[in-house]
Design a protein around this ligand. Structure first.
Ligand SMILES: C[S@@+](CC[C@H](N)C(=O)[O-])C[C@H]1O[C@@H](n2cnc3c(N)ncnc32)[C@H](O)[C@@H]1O
Length: 343
């Protein structure tokens, strides 16, 4: 069928293909990371023959690969010398504070192959990542030192930019007892307690994370100011005035989320607040598509996880007994939802 449209309103094949073939530029950046290109150029700018020789690359593709990375904004070129662009120096070189290589190496090794099986996931509802093969995702992750370190790095890369907003956008002044559910090795809570020293903080997480927690508190200089309780948040939660859970409800399915919220409500003191932060799907917001994509990524990567919509979260909190629910943006496509328990 041919539809006749004015040229100005006709869909542009180039714009269409940029989206439909977006895996190609993505894989060029990830392959650059995999072969060590950005590390090499962080040492010193280099010509194509030097890059080839130092990285053990073949002459057939390297020249066009480097020129394409210039066009993608990852490299700059002066005559025949390539150097990292400012974006590459920021995000792809390990010595920089903004380094995203932890996430991107994982994207290359685990997410990229799993996304290749998206159609299979859509047909079966089953995860497609080779990382976890059973239902007990975290137990399996923590069996291997390498996977545990990778996972913690990825979790902290995602939560780190939110910490200033968490410190500022909730009124902590009238609260003391704070428990973070699934607080990992305490990176968020320790910085919250550093900013608001009157807070008494406890991380509840799986017992396997205790050594990582103890070590991290030494690094941050917060030993003794934040406690660690090894346990299962589906079984028992310690009493608190404020409870928070971040980048965690997305790991579970609805029945598990409801169970967790019921446990939290029971353990929260009257007048207490329950804080949830996640890449919640909010129609009309700038991050709407990105959070839908994140939801699909969770479905590929985890046995139970999916994104969820703001209205669903409000319903779970209301059904759990919270008197009112409010929300605000923490930036970075993340929404903070607050359930207020009646006094
Ligand atoms: C995605 S991480 C979030 C880490 C942290 N909130 C952050 O953003 O940096 C999810 C955390 O939930 C913890 N977790 C998973 N199942 C748990 C359970 N049943 N009880 C307690 N913690 C659990 C994991 O060990 C992990 O640290």
């Amino acid at each position: 069928m041919t539809t006749h449209l004015e040229p100005a309103t006709r869909p542009h094949p180039r714009h269409f293909l940029d989206k439909a073939m977006a895996f190609q530029p993505s894989k060029m950046v990830l392959a650059g990371l995999e072969v060590g290109l950005f590390d090499l150029l962080a040492e010193a700018p280099a010509t194509e023959p030097v890059i080839r020789e130092r990285l053990g690359l073949h002459a057939r593709g390297t020249g066009h690969f480097l020129d394409a990375l210039v066009e993608l904004g990852m490299l700059d070129r002066d005559d025949d010398v390539f150097r990292n662009s400012q974006a590459a120096e920021f995000f792809l070189v390990p010595s920089h504070d903004e380094y995203m290589g932890g996430l991107l190496h994982m994207a290359n090794r685990v997410m990229y192959p799993a996304w290749g099986r998206l159609a299979e996931a859509l047909r079966t509802g089953r995860p497609q990542a080779a990382t976890y093969t059973g239902d007990a995702m975290f137990e399996q992750l923590y069996e291997s030192d390498e996977k545990r370190v990778d996972f913690i790095g990825m979790a902290e890369a995602a939560s780190k930019p939110l910490i200033p907003a968490l410190i500022e956008r909730f009124d902590w002044s009238a609260r003391t007892l704070v428990v973070e559910l699934g607080g990992c090795r305490g990176n968020v809570l320790a910085q919250l307690v550093q900013a608001h020293p009157h807070l008494d903080g406890t991380v509840l997480d799986l017992p396997q994370l205790r050594p990582a927690f103890d070590e991290h508190m030494v690094t941050l200089g917060t030993t003794g100011t934040v406690r660690f309780e090894g346990g299962d948040f589906f079984a028992s939660i310690p009493e608190a005035e404020v409870m928070m859970i971040g980048h965690s409800l997305i790991d579970w399915e609805d029945a598990q989320r409801r169970q967790l919220l019921a446990n939290a409500f029971a353990a929260l003191k009257p007048g207490g607040a329950f804080l949830i932060w996640d890449p919640i799907i909010v129609e009309g917001e700038e991050g709407y598509l990105r959070n839908l994509v994140t939801s699909l990524n969770l479905q590929l990567m985890t046995p139970h996880g999916t994104g969820y919509r703001l209205e669903e979260c409000v319903e779970w909190l209301t059904d759990a007994g919270f008197a009112t629910v409010s929300h605000l943006s923490l930036g970075h496509d993340v929404t903070l939802v607050i359930g207020h328990k009646a006094a």
